[in-house]
Design a protein around this ligand. Sequence first.
Ligand code: ADP
Length: 186
Amino acid sequence: MYLIILGPPGAGKGTQAALIASKLNINHLSTGEILRNAVKNGTELGLKAKEIMEAGNLVSDEIMIGIIKEALATKEMKKGFILDGFPRTLVQAAELDRILDELGYKDIRVLNITIDDKELIKRMTGRGRKDDSKETVKQRLKVYKEQTAPVKEHYDKKSVVFDVYGIGNIDEINTKIYKILTDKSN
Ligand code: ADP
C-alpha cells in the first residue's frame, strides 16, 4: 500500500502515520523526523534546516525533493510506504508525481486529516517541541494555509483523497483510517 498523509501541523499526522505503518507493515517516511534527526546529529542538512524549522518556515523544495527521491528509490519501499510531511508545496507535489511515475508506483492513496484551528493551536503549544512556541505555531499555520493547503486540491483533482476527521481519541481515529484503507470498494 502506498499512502500520503496530509493535514495541518498538529493534526496528528505523525501519530497516525506511525500506527498505520506498523499495522500494515509498511515504511513510515516522515520528513519532519528526518530533519529533526539531522539537526540533532549536526549534519550538513541539520545545520541548514535548524533555523528555518525553528522559525516555522519550510526547508527548500530542492533539498526536500532530494531527500524524498533518494528515500523512495530504495528497495525496501516496494513493500509499501506512508509519506508524512511531504509533499508540502505544489512544487513538491508535482515532482512527487514524476518520481512515483518514474519508479513505477501506482495507486497512491491520500489521507487528509481535518481539524479546526482552535484545536490545532491548543495541541501544538502543548507539545514542548522547539518549533512549538506561540509565534512559530502561528507562522506554521500561515505557511500551511498558503503553501500546503493547495496540495490537497492537487490530489482532489485526481480523486484519491479520503478525508478523516482528526478530533477524537487516537485509537478511534486510527480505526476509522484503517476501515477506509481496508474497505475493498475504496
Ligand atoms: P508538523 O506535522 O507538526 O508540521 P513536521 O514534523 O511534519 O511537523 O515538520 C516540522 C518542520 O520540518 C516543518 O515546519 C518544516 O520546517 C520542516 N519540513 C518538514 N517537511 C517539509 C517539507 N516537505 N518541505 C519543507 N519543509 C519541511
